[in-house]
Design a protein around this ligand. Structure first.
Ligand code: GLA
Length: 695
């Protein structure tokens, strides 16, 4: 991989299969030139032909990497600022560039005001992913106030409309996909709620004629868990642009003299089909994004007591559950909400992170020691960013929650959001969690965040409207500090289910809770949406009893769905009879033999339940010698479906042994991928796990 700069200030970022090309013209304007197949680097040039009339300006037509607010550019901009004398125009000149191995910095400064802007790029060996972010610096003395800060801008090559794939979910229905073909105007994907993910996802995926296996797919994912905005537009000149950055809905940021800001990163790439996109991002995230303590470690099978016990946890009943959990093969026992303060239900206790003595008269260690004795690690739930008004913390520090003095702060789930931009709040949270981890043998923190922000008065800040960015950075930094001090503790990011599992969160947390909806059938859709641009291993997936209410799919079916991520169990094990426990034992034992394949393998989405009635996902080990495929069908119409199961990702010239309940054969990779094995998928809740191993 390399970065080539020529004498005309044209920069070619070379990835495994692509060139990403930009350039600076004689007047200092930056231009996006190309993103696609590799060409002769000497052929690239800036195209500035065309004309202008009284209404259509040339500047407005430029494809750019960075568009500052001002001049005759009326389209969406990346950076908008106000200087102390009231000037709101930014006029940039090119100040040069720096290349060091795989990184490129392109430097600009304002012609008059002390503002520097740097575009940062990084390329990586063996893949087509590029990292981008922007640096802004106030090199003078007077304040500069920013009204908009984006991280990266993209121009897509074709003049024909692109379709954008994103999600439009909610609590309990995260990652439900949408496709919008943008012929003109603007489509915005955003969050205004304080965390990143419940509704739209902080990424773009743009294509014209693509499917799982082929077609150009342009994608970029923003590694940021706060309020974001991805705005996609197609103008009257048929140019499709995307600007990705911090939300400007309720935003302002001041840089004092000498201060600078690096925006969150964007990871962008070009893939051949959606499958290739997922595999590229999965491999990349394992190597470069996930926290390194656990990125190459197999994640344990966990048990979480939330669905079984709700808030009424106590030592005796948790120990009972732990014994059964250990017996079915669980490796990590996680106690969820309810163990602290006066927490009987969701009305009280958040903020008081000390053990409830009524529930745990002998302290936490009685339970932890027993869990350890049973051979499992112990994990615990916390929701550090929140406070119940009915808590000692709030009684002692009512000013610690975001609020305005003359407005009543809306409660959601009877809780308020702590103002994490305050140093005293950060200190309190770090110290409390540090103490918890120091005093007990805890190996896992499930860090929850259960409500969106409102009444975000933060009078401690020079710019209260920067709360979302600063809050997010404070969360990241506390998690990082805790990790540094307790490197063997793993962290899960939860926000009422899958509300915070963007690549930013996943660079600080090892895994994420995908959704509180664990219904076996809904999960097929939720997990598919999750899988597009997030690593498989980070997707915690539990088998619970929720599936029994409206859609009574079998326990085996639920396991076949949940085993497609990092497996957990959340059922009320005390209610299970020997037959059900045996199903758990059998599936957990099987999962342990295939989980490396799932957690570190390449995902091929072969059939899609929402389109094909049947979901079939296959995970192939990086060396292609082992694979596992999961077939789950909520129900098939018209009695039956006879289909050839065609696999993918195998070596054509090698022979594989293929086994499942009703398959046992040896075939070449070529046969398995091109002819396939006949399956008779019939009726509701069909499920098979197929093992494929090179002989
Ligand atoms: C959220 C989480 C659940 C559980 C509860 C506890 O809803 O998503 O998994 O931890 O909080 O209150």
């Amino acid at each position: 991989m390399s970065i080539i700069a020529n004498d005309n200030n044209i920069f070619v970022l070379e990835t495994k299969n692509t060139h990403y090309v930009l350039g600076i013209d004689g007047a200092g304007y930056n231009h996006h030139i190309h993103w696609g197949k590799k060409c002769n680097p000497l052929d690239y040039e800036i195209n500035d032909n065309g004309d202008e009339n009284s209404n259509n300006t040339k500047l407005d037509e430029y494809r750019q990497e960075l568009t500052p607010f001002g001049q005759t550019m009326y389209r969406d901009c990346d950076i908008k600022a106000e200087f102390e004398d009231g000037c709101r125009e930014i006029n940039l000149r090119f100040d040069g560039y720096e290349i060091s191995q795989d990184t490129l910095k392109i430097k600009f400064s304002d012609e008059f005001y002390p503002l520097e802007i740097i575009l940062n790029y990084q390329v990586y060996d063996g893949c087509d992913i590029i990292k981008r972010f922007t640096t802004i610096k106030n090199t003078g003395k007077a304040k500069i106030r920013f009204e908009k800060i984006s991280c990266a801008q993209f121009s897509l090559p074709s003049v024909k409309p692109y379709t954008f794939r994103n999600t439009n979910g909610a609590w309990g229905s995260e990652f439900v996909e949408t496709q919008n073909t943008l012929e003109g105007g603007c489509a915005v994907y955003e969050s205004r709620r304080g965390s990143s993910n419940h509704n739209n996802s902080p990424y773009f995926i743009a294509y014209q004629n693509a499917d799982e296996k082929s077609g150009n797919v342009y994608f970029a994912s923003l590694a940021y868990s706060g309020n974001f905005k991805i705005s996609c537009s197609r103008d009257s000149y048929s140019i499709t642009r995307v600007i990705m950055g911090l939300s400007d809905f309720d935003f302002s940021h001041t840089l004092n003299g000498g201060e600078s800001l690096d925006t969150p990163c964007v990871y962008c790439g070009l893939a051949n089909g959606f499958g290739d996109m997922t595999r590229q991002m999965n491999t990349f995230a394992l190597k470069y994004i996930l926290p390194s303590n656990f990125s190459d470690k197999t994640l344990p099978v966990l048990y979480n007591s939330w669905e079984a016990t709700g808030f009424s946890v106590n030592a005796k009943q948790q120990i009972k559950l732990a014994k059964i959990a250990a017996d079915i093969g669980v490796e990590l026992f996680v106690m969820d909400d309810g163990w602290f303060g006066q927490r009987k239900d969701d009305h009280a206790g958040l903020g008081d992170w000390y053990v409830n003595e009524e529930k745990f008269p002998n302290g936490l260690d009685e339970l932890i020691n027993e869990v350890n004795r049973l051979g499992m690690d112990f994990g615990i739930w916390v929701e550090p960013e929140m406070v119940n008004p009915d808590s000692d913390l709030f009684r002692n520090h009512p000013d610690w929650a975001y609020h305005y003095p003359h407005r009543k702060a809306c409660e959601l789930r009877n809780q308020l959001v702590l103002n994490m931009t305050r140093e005293d709040v950060q200190e309190y949270i770090f110290n409390t969690l540090d103490e918890l981890l120091t005093n007990h043998n805890i190996k896992y923190i499930k860090w929850d965040m259960n409500r969106p922000f409102s009444e975000t008065g933060a009078q401690n800040l020079q710019d209260p409207k920067m709360y979302s960015y600063l809050h997010t950075m404070a969360v990241y930094s506390i998690v990082d500090k805790l990790r540094q001090k307790h490197p063997d503790v793993a962290f899960e990011s939860c926000a009422s289910g899958g509300g915070r599992c963007d690549l930013g969160a996943l660079s600080h947390y090892d895994q994420a809770w995908t959704s509180d909806n664990t219904d076996g059938i809904d999960r097929i859709t939720i997990q598919k949406g999750y899988s597009l641009l997030r690593p498989t291993k980070t997707m915690r997936a539990w088998v619970t009893d929720i599936a029994g209410i409206n859609k009574p799919c079998s326990l085996d079916f639920r396991f076949a769905v949940a085993m497609q991520g990092s497996l957990g169990v959340g059922s009320n094990l005390e209610k299970y009879g020997e037959e059900e426990l045996e199903i758990c034992r059998r599936n957990i034992a099987l999962y342990k033999t295939i989980r490396d394949n799932v957690q570190f393998g390449d995902l091929y989405r072969l059939l899609d339940a929402d389109k094909d009635e049947v979901s079939m996902n296959q995970y192939v080990s990086p060396d292609k010698s082992k694979s596992v495929a999961f077939i789950v069908a909520p129900g098939t119409k018209f009695y039956k479906k006879r289909i050839p199961i065609r696999f993918d990702g195998l070596k054509e010239d090698k022979t594989y042994k293929v086994t499942s309940q009703d398959i046992n054969c040896e075939k070449s990779g070529a046969f398995l991928m091109n002819v396939g094995i006949p399956a008779h998928i019939r009726g509701a809740y069909y499920n098979r796990i197929i093992l494929i191993e090179e002989i």
